[in-house]
Ligand binder design. Structure first.
Ligand SMILES: Cc1cc2nc3c(=O)[nH]c(=O)nc-3n(C[C@H](O)[C@H](O)[C@H](O)COP(=O)(O)OP(=O)(O)OC[C@H]3O[C@@H](n4cnc5c(N)ncnc54)[C@H](O)[C@@H]3O)c2cc1C
Ligand SMILES: *[C@@H]1O[C@H](CO)[C@@H](O)[C@H](O)[C@H]1NC(C)=O
Ligand SMILES: *[C@@H]1O[C@H](CO)[C@@H](O)[C@H](O)[C@H]1NC(C)=O
Ligand SMILES: *[C@@H]1O[C@H](CO)[C@@H](O)[C@H](O)[C@H]1NC(C)=O
Ligand SMILES: *[C@@H]1O[C@H](CO)[C@@H](O)[C@H](O)[C@H]1NC(C)=O
Ligand SMILES: *[C@@H]1O[C@H](CO)[C@@H](O)[C@H](O)[C@H]1NC(C)=O
Ligand SMILES: *[C@@H]1O[C@H](CO)[C@@H](O)[C@H](O)[C@H]1NC(C)=O
Ligand SMILES: *[C@@H]1O[C@H](CO)[C@@H](O)[C@H](O)[C@H]1NC(C)=O
Ligand SMILES: *[C@@H]1O[C@H](CO)[C@@H](O)[C@H](O)[C@H]1NC(C)=O
Ligand SMILES: *[C@@H]1O[C@H](CO)[C@@H](O)[C@H](O)[C@H]1NC(C)=O
Ligand SMILES: *[C@@H]1O[C@H](CO)[C@@H](O)[C@H](O)[C@H]1NC(C)=O
Ligand SMILES: *[C@@H]1O[C@H](CO)[C@@H](O)[C@H](O)[C@H]1NC(C)=O
Ligand SMILES: *[C@@H]1O[C@H](CO)[C@@H](O)[C@H](O)[C@H]1NC(C)=O
Length: 625
């Protein structure tokens, strides 16, 4: 059956098999025994180009039947109706919440409920090559910021902000980059009065979460192998990735084998949160292996609308599923892990927040906590469009056959999307690698970038990772199903502007190297009319252009700030307990007082680990002592 289908695909493609793989190596061990409980929106439905429909639906059929990729036999079984009471209720099954629920349910005498607004992860999300395609309204919160005075000015000061509404949270569709960022930021958290959060204190939790498949390459000082979260280097990369590393040496930026280790500056092919070329969110990694635990209940498509608070104590939550309202009691604690928009949103809806704002929305004030929703921030990226000469044509059918057969090849990978430069700008802190330059290109079908005549479009994304600006999440309505008002206040500070501009200038230095000129790498942007008063590509020009063409990096954070009680904007204490309310914690990206200097997913996993550990300590669970 397997070989027949392969030949069918080869025939279909007029196929020239350039990957010299030995097909006898391949053992077809995965009979189609399970169907996905939620196949999800199909890849074809997410692709605008209908000429890929047949290809994408065949790909998806194979992926869905390959247990090693989509794990359809290992998915969790959601509950239909909850019990009346649990010990702990975790709201949000994303990067951090999945970890909290998995760790708390390790004590079999603790009953845990995980409430997730979205469905299971779609089958197609397992394929790294389609990382840039996985986004569709039924599994997206679809936020737009408003009120931006300094960013997204070509779209009326409104920036798009993506966040996934599915088990796995934004790890369901993120780019899988495994980067912790600079130790400096965690030491900064500790210096603000957050005891227990210095780099030396959080490193054990990063290592505890991690199952690093390339440990011989990255070493044990900074990495672990016994945790649930799969980390590896992607199985495939295009030759142009090596050219970028050569260019980095040539330009004096340097090359690093592991930006998460001692060598935190330079260009690198980074590690990803994947397993044998398949995406593994923290929900997949932590929850699937424990799917049989009877003391962990997971309810999907269930939107929490309020934490029930009585006499200053969180005693349960309310959620809607299939238009039915459920009220469930929590005898020990409620943990909000709904992400940097929804965690503060839920606190506000529950009457915890700035008194005046709650009153103006007609919400009963339970506790006046001025910091809720404040301190909201994100990283920012500026796209740099390039063309390169490229003779290799991406053969989708060959890529599909190789992926299903071996979980290698271009579909097992984000291709140029696994190259990054982490460089210091020197703007706020010497040697802090606060600039990120990402490659993007050689993407899979549908998001294809082949432009004919032996040329290909690629991009560098120039980012600044140490922003000063702060915005705010506030209620736009008392209706829990309406988005709150989201204001990031991107680029409000000249230093934040300089950071992005410096990132652009470093990127163009890279383009100028002989290593990249060998590919005739050409910068192709057309000058912006609104910035025509400045010489194109001058520093002044970029200082103008970033306000129009930059976009959020979707590393939203900070809106339930962790801090000591002396910090008037602090929402949670260093043990993540909400000030003024008993039995309520927040554990997700919103607790970061300052966003890390890198992609924040792995840090959210660490926050989940740290939160569960502290909760166990506080309830005298002996394993955590
Ligand atoms: C497109 C994109 C690419 C990214 N790329 C990377 C990357 O390559 N590497 C990296 O490290 N980071 C990346 N990130 C960032 C990273 O994925 C997120 O920062 C991280 O997932 C945030 O974790 P969290 O636990 O705070 O929230 P989330 O992971 O967003 O989880 C929150 C969960 O809560 C659920 N929820 C929300 N409200 C409710 C409610 N009322 N009731 C019930 N459930 C609710 C949501 O549906 C969601 O599942 C990317 C993000 C995006 C959007
Ligand atoms: C296939 O099975 C054989 C025999 O069990 C084993 O030696 C080989 O490593 C397997 N190949 C793969 C790719 O798993
Ligand atoms: C899986 O789906 C196929 C096609 O819809 C169906 O024939 C088969 O019975 C299903 N298998 C299981 C185990 O549900
Ligand atoms: C599909 O089209 C929509 C609307 O034109 C656009 O916003 C989106 O980016 C496109 N998606 C892809 C993958 O090209
Ligand atoms: C969740 O919603 C999706 C889309 O409507 C549906 O296909 C899926 O079966 C639902 N899952 C549960 C557990 O209700
Ligand atoms: C532009 O943004 C402002 C403030 O965010 C908003 O009030 C206004 O409605 C927007 N206008 C359009 C045309 O979207
Ligand atoms: C879960 O239970 C099923 C059915 O009893 C069993 O086949 C499977 O091996 C169990 N999985 C784990 C991870 O315990
Ligand atoms: C809009 O921006 C102004 C400052 O420019 C700020 O004071 C105000 O709070 C913002 N509004 C919202 C709803 O975030
Ligand atoms: C590119 O190199 C040329 C020649 O060395 C130099 O004049 C130019 O300033 C460089 N451009 C950038 C953006 O570094
Ligand atoms: C180099 O790229 C430019 C811009 O895309 C193109 O016009 C030119 O023909 C290319 N030169 C070669 C030698 O390929
Ligand atoms: C360019 O400069 C002129 C003269 O200072 C000014 O009137 C005009 O508004 C500027 N144009 C733009 C697009 O900023
Ligand atoms: C944990 O143990 C300490 C010391 O024995 C005790 O004071 C405290 O009440 C215990 N906490 C809980 C939640 O049982
Ligand atoms: C598990 O939780 C129960 C109830 O809180 C507690 O009595 C027990 O000591 C915990 N188990 C361990 C191993 O600590």
């Amino acid at each position: 059956m397997w070989m027949f289908t392969t030949y069918f695909l080869l025939w279909l493609s007029g196929f020239d098999f350039t990957y010299s793989r030995d097909w006898t190596e391949y053992n077809y061990t995965s009979p189609e025994t399970c169907n996905a409980s939620f196949p999800g929106p199909s890849l074809a439905s997410m692709c605008n180009d209908t000429s890929y429909d047949l290809f994408l639906s065949i790909l998806e059929t194979f992926v869905g039947r390959k247990q090693e990729i989509a794990q359809t036999c290992e998915r969790i079984t959601p509950i239909h109706t909850p019990d009346a009471e649990y010990d702990f209720i975790v709201v949000g099954g994303g990067a951090a919440g999945s970890v909290v629920a998995a760790r708390l349910s390790e004590n079999s005498s603790w009953k845990v409920l995980l409430v997730e607004a979205g469905p299971e992860e779609p089958v197609g999300a397992s394929v790294p090559g389609f990382s840039f395609l996985i986004s569709e309204s039924s599994i997206e919160w679809g936020y737009q910021s408003t009120n931006e005075s300094y960013a997204c000015l070509s779209s009326n000061g409104s920036c798009q902000i993506s966040a996934a509404k599915a088990l796995g949270g934004s790890m369901m569709h993120n780019d899988m980059v495994y980067m912790r960022g600079s130790p400096y930021i965690f030491d900064e958290w500790a210096a603000m009065g957050n005891e227990g959060w210095s780099w030396d204190e959080v490193l054990p939790f990063f290592k505890m979460s991690e199952n690093n498949a390339d440990i011989d390459s990255v070493g044990r000082e900074y990495h672990g192998t016994d945790g649930p979260l799969f980390v590896e280097r992607l199985p495939s990369k295009p030759p142009f990735a090596n050219a970028i590393l050569e260019a980095a040496e040539e330009a004096g930026f340097g090359v690093s084998n592991d930006l998460n280790g001692n060598d935190s500056i330079g260009f690198a092919v980074f590690q990803t949160m994947t397993h044998h070329g398949a995406r593994r969110s923290s929900a997949a990694a932590y929850l699937r292996p424990i799917r049989n635990r009877t003391n962990l209940h997971i309810t999907l498509n269930s939107t929490c609308t309020r934490v029930v608070i009585e006499n200053g104590q969180a005693v349960g939550v309310e959620y809607y599923k299939d238009e039915m309202l459920y009220t469930v009691n929590a005898s020990k604690e409620v943990i909000l892990s709904a992400g940097a928009v929804e965690s503060p949103h839920l606190l506000l809806l529950s009457g915890v927040g700035p008194e005046e704002d709650l009153k103006s929305m007609g919400i009963d004030v339970v506790h006046d906590l001025p910091g809720v929703g404040m301190n909201f921030h994100d990283h920012l990226l500026f796209p740099i469009a390039l063309t390169i000469n490229e003779l290799d044509v991406y053969n989708n059918w060959a890529a599909l056959a190789e992926y299903i057969g071996f979980q290698t090849g271009p579909m097992s990978s984000t291709e140029l999307g696994q190259v990054i430069g982490a460089l210091p700008s020197g703007i706020t802190t010497p040697d802090l690698p606060d600039i990120h330059i990402y490659g993007y290109g050689y993407t899979a079908a549908c998001v294809a970038d082949w432009i004919g005549d032996g040329q290909r479009e690629i991009n560098f994304w120039a980012g600044y990772e140490h922003p000063k600006c702060r915005g705010r999440i506030s209620l736009a309505s008392s209706d829990p199903f309406e988005h709150p008002s989201i204001w990031v206040n991107y680029l409000c500070d000249p230093d934040d502007v300089s950071g992005v501009v410096k990132a652009i200038e470093y990127s163009l230095e890279l383009v100028n190297t002989t290593a990249l000129k060998a590919y005739n790498t050409t910068f192709t942007a057309t000058p912006l009319e609104v910035c025509s008063n400045y010489t194109f590509a001058s520093t002044e020009y970029w200082e103008c252009a970033v306000h129009y063409s930059a976009s959020g990096e979707f590393h939203i954070a900070g809106s339930c700030k962790m801090g000591p009680s002396s910090d008037l904007l602090a929402v949670v204490d260093p043990r993540l307990r909400v000030y003024g309310i008993q039995g309520l914690r927040v554990a997700d990206a919103s607790i970061m007082p300052q966003v890390t200097s890198a992609n924040i997913g792995s840090t959210c996993v660490m926050i989940g680990e740290r939160a569960a550990h502290m909760i166990k300590q506080d309830w005298n669970y002996t394993d955590a002592m």
